[in-house]
Design a protein around this ligand. Structure first.
Ligand SMILES: [Zn+2]
Length: 111
């Protein structure tokens, strides 16, 4: 126990944690920028790193009922958004396994 393993992403456009600056996601993994989070605009990503999952729960979102986990920075523990575990509406199924990251909680460094 003790040492935290931090993954590093490569590429020119990386989103980082606003608090502790670990890498979260690549710009190339954005599926949509048109999402609403708790704190404003949020992005949908197909892949993120350095996050830990909270307990699974049912949540009624703008787009219907979903099973989600909140996600936290695995380094500084700030809440970042959520992960879609399951969507009930057929039109929302594409989001299963994807992640919402709040724009407000991320940092764009050097681009
Ligand atoms: Zn952090």
């Amino acid at each position: 126990m003790g040492r935290l393993f931090v993954e590093t992403l490569s590429g020119p456009k990386i989103f980082k944690c606003k608090c502790c600056k670990v890498d979260f996601a690549s710009h190339d993994d954005i599926v949509s920028k048109d999402f609403q989070g708790r704190f404003g605009r949020a992005y949908l990503f197909r892949n993120v790193v350095n996050v830990s999952l909270g307990p699974i729960e049912e949540r009624e979102l703008i787009s219907g009922l979903h099973t989600v986990n909140d996600i936290y920075c695995s380094s500084c523990q700030q809440i970042l958004g959520w992960r879609y575990e399951k969507a009930y509406e057929p039109s929302q199924k594409y989001k299963e396994g994807m992640y919402i990251l709040e724009k407000e909680r991320m940092l764009k460094e050097g681009w």
